[in-house]
Design a protein around this ligand. Structure first.
Ligand code: ZN
Length: 355
């Protein structure tokens, strides 16, 4: 088994090593770089890339990467490591925080306020955000056989952990199914997103949405770790029985319940909760706290995304609801007992576009 060469570093089989992607200097003449951690196995196999923190305020994925690299005690080479380097098949390129400076500024975009995840594949001679996209694309995406990009909702909302994938790309769907969330949402990804650009370039990519921004939420982190390990099991990189839910919803379109009047929002539900059509899911008050409006669920289904910001204006998205019967959602909470999850295709024709 050969060593893995990356950005001038040589990573021996059965070891892990930190490597930097250089980005040029910052305002104080400080060198800027993206830290990358490579775990190189002892047997030839796929190269899986894991990226997090492209949106600098989305931290759950950062924690997923930490746990994959070092295990629960954050010390590599101890008993709780989830990935045994001496038994790994293939190679993992792990990028815990793509947008390091955005993270330090506690913001989604890079210091120029651009969304890096709309600028892929980037430009070598472009603006600072295009250069970050370019460095990641050339050094990581082009080396990887497949990629998992870890995200959370923006700080004003939260998401039930779910995978997003292009249903029309067979390899993306295989990865999405292997990840093992109960809900998979279809989209190609926005123009210039890492997921879309990488998939178009021949590196099938899926995206995890889990929880909200500015937080380490351990439920969301755990869902991410489990999913990545499931994909690794599916790819034959580790020995693992892939854990799948009994029911899986493949969602082409879902519907947002919206506020019809502005005010201060009190949610009555949580993500992952099943609601019936007409059920009160939130109420809106005036500034003194008096109820002025109620928001009803336009659908019977599951809450996949939910507003967290109490300040709402007419038209604001309150809850993203995926059509599903109560009995089916209950079954989706149990683990797989047969060979294959029961699959249901969901296409809510009345849905509007994005939140
Ligand atoms: Zn994001």
């Amino acid at each position: 088994m050969d060593s893995f060469h990356f950005e001038g570093a040589e990573i021996a089989p059965g070891t892990g090593q930190e490597v930097s992607l250089e980005l040029g200097d910052g305002p104080a003449g400080n060198p800027r770089s993206i830290p990358v951690y490579i775990i190189h196995g002892t047997k030839p196999g796929p190269v899986l890339a894991i990226t997090a923190g492209i949106h600098g305020d989305e931290l759950n994925g950062v924690s997923v990467a930490h746990h994959l690299i070092h295990g629960d005690d954050h010390i590599a080479g101890t008993d709780d490591d989830r990935i045994r380097r001496d038994e790994l098949v293939g190679t993992i390129i792990c990028v815990p925080v793509v947008n390091i400076e955005g993270m330090l500024l506690e913001q989604r975009g890079a210091p120029d306020n651009k969304d890096i995840n709309r600028l892929f594949p980037g430009k070598a001679q472009g603006n600072q955000s295009q250069r970050i996209a370019y460095a990641l694309f050339q050094s990581v995406v082009k080396r990887a056989d497949c990629l998992i990009d870890l995200h959370s909702a923006p700080h004003s909302r939260t998401n039930l952990p779910h995978v997003r994938a292009n249903f029309d790309e067979k390899e993306c769907m295989e990865l999405a199914r292997a990840f093992g969330t109960q809900i998979i949402l279809h989209s190609k990804g926005p123009k210039g997103s890492l997921r879309r650009a990488a998939t178009n370039d021949g590196t099938p990519t899926i995206l995890l949405e889990a929880g909200t921004a500015h937080r380490f939420e351990m439920d969301a982190v755990h869902a991410g770790i489990e999913g990545v390990l499931n994909v690794m099991g599916h790819l034959g990189m580790i020995e693992r029985e892939v854990r799948l839910p009994a029911v899986r919803l493949l969602v082409r379109r879902s519907k947002w319940a919206r506020a019809e009047a502005g005010g201060l929002l009190y949610s009555r539900v949580n993500v992952g909760e099943h609601v019936s059509k007409g059920q009160e899911i939130a109420l809106v008050t005036d500034p003194l706290g008096e109820k002025t409006h109620r928001i009803e669920s336009p659908r019977t289904g599951v809450i996949v995304g939910l507003a967290l910001n109490p300040l709402v204006r007419a038209g604001d998205p309150i809850a993203n609801i995926v059509l599903c019967s109560k009995a089916k959602w209950k079954r989706a909470q149990s683990d797989l007992d047969g060979d294959k999850p029961e699959e249901e295709s969901v296409d809510d024709e009345e849905s509007l576009d994005d939140a």
